[in-house]
Design a protein around this ligand. Structure first.
Ligand code: NAP
Length: 340
């Protein structure tokens, strides 16, 4: 049943450190009514993505910052419950930037950003994880930037995370013979090896992670898919193989906090002597290929070649906790929130 009141979490103040409840305010208002060309969506699932922490900073990036008093930006999945748009009738399930709120009001300019969730997808929240931007990031970062070949040795950092866990499995599908990960807890490392099928998973908190990486792959890494940056990236650089490729997916160790000093990379000169390269990418660069990639990911999931974990919180008021968990390592796999 359509409620009459909508609850939203708006940005109250910009954090300088970790994200907490105190940075947001719950506000209530009427559920909007769509005008011509608009839809209203009842949000069902919210996605947590490290980039959200960056959107809270008052700095220029690939996306504008969330303004003070604005609903916190977030990807989500929901059902259209009121529509004045001919192509999006009531009952259509969509994925898009729905925000930390119970109902999202999408103006005509935002309609093109919505993706219809195919009705045959049994678990619509996977459109935020393995079949969403997370899985697509792993897919394009690994296959178009890392480019693992048959027999290659691959390293994935934050391997128990949403993106890293999928990236490692894609490397295996593409012929990599040895896939090594890093993760922060014993439980996660066991999952990475036993469920996601990595050959080995190392503790990134180990003081000697540089040598641990060497022990795990004495010949070096042909591909590094890096989600973490900082000193772990430096340790990976130390272990890059000849003609190696480092795909820079993200740098969560910086916390996406602008006040943190940049960490110098000691071993970048090995890119020269080992004729290797390091390249960043944004998943949105590949938007014209999303449908094809989603088809591959969906098939691999159906064939049991990709295992994806979801970590689910419940209730809009827990959204700040969901975002904080990405930075404390609280999540195993894709961090989601189900709206009650
Ligand atoms: P995630 O990996 O599911 O969650 C983040 C994980 O990072 C945590 O579970 C934690 O695991 C690890 N972590 C946090 N702080 C750390 C630190 N200081 N040092 C080492 N590990 C740390 O998150 P995700 O959504 O899949 O994102 C993964 C990366 O992909 C992020 O860097 C994100 O920015 C990037 N990304 C890039 C694109 C793109 O287009 N380039 C798109 C989406 C995401 P542990 O317990 O193992 O520490």
């Amino acid at each position: 049943m359509l409620k009459t009141r909508n609850r939203s979490l708006v940005l109250r103040e910009r954090p300088t450190g970790e994200v907490g409840d105190e940075h947001f305010e719950m506000v209530e208002g009427p559920v909007p009514t769509p005008r011509a060309g608009e839809v209203v969506i009842r949000n069902e699932w919210l996605s947590f993505d490290p980039a959200q922490r960056g959107w809270m900073n008052d700095v220029r990036s690939y996306a504008p910052p969330v303004a003070i008093g604005e609903v916190m930006r977030a990807y989500g999945v929901g059902m259209i419950v009121a529509s004045e748009h001919a192509d999006l009738p009531v009952g259509t399930r969509v994925q898009g930037q729905l925000g930390w709120q119970e109902y999202a009001h999408i103006p005509p300019g935002g309609i093109g950003e919505l993706t219809i969730v195919p009705p045959e997808i049994a678990h619509p929240e996977t459109m935020l994880g393995v079949l969403g931007l997370t899985g697509l990031t792993a897919y394009f970062g690994m296959l178009m930037v890392g480019i693992p070949g048959v027999g290659d040795t691959v390293l994935v950092t934050a391997a128990a995370g949403a993106t890293g866990s999928i990236a490692g499995q894609i490397a295996r599908i593409n012929g990599a013979s040895r896939v090594v990960g890093t993760a922060g807890t014993a439980e996660k490392r066991a999952w990475v090896c036993e469920v996601a099928g990595f050959d080995e998973c190392l503790d990134h908190y180990d003081d000697d992670v540089r040598r641990q990486l060497r022990r795990a792959a004495p010949g070096g890494y042909d591909v590094v898919f890096d989600n973490v940056g900082g000193s772990l990236l430096d340790a990976a650089l130390f272990n890059i193989a000849e003609r190696g490729r480092i795909a820079l997916c993200g740098s969560i160790s910086t916390g996406y906090r602008p006040e943190r000093p940049a960490i110098g990379l000691h071993y970048y000169q090995l890119l020269t002597t080992r004729r290797s390269r390091m390249e960043g990418f944004l998943v949105t660069d590949f938007a014209d290929q999303f449908d094809r990639a989603r088809g591959d990911l969906s098939r691999w999931v159906d064939e049991g070649k990709i295992q994806a974990s979801q970590d689910v919180l419940t209730g809009l008021e827990r959204a700040p906790t969901g975002l904080a968990r990405l930075f404390s390592g609280g999540n195993l796999g894709k961090q989601l929130l189900r709206l009650s």
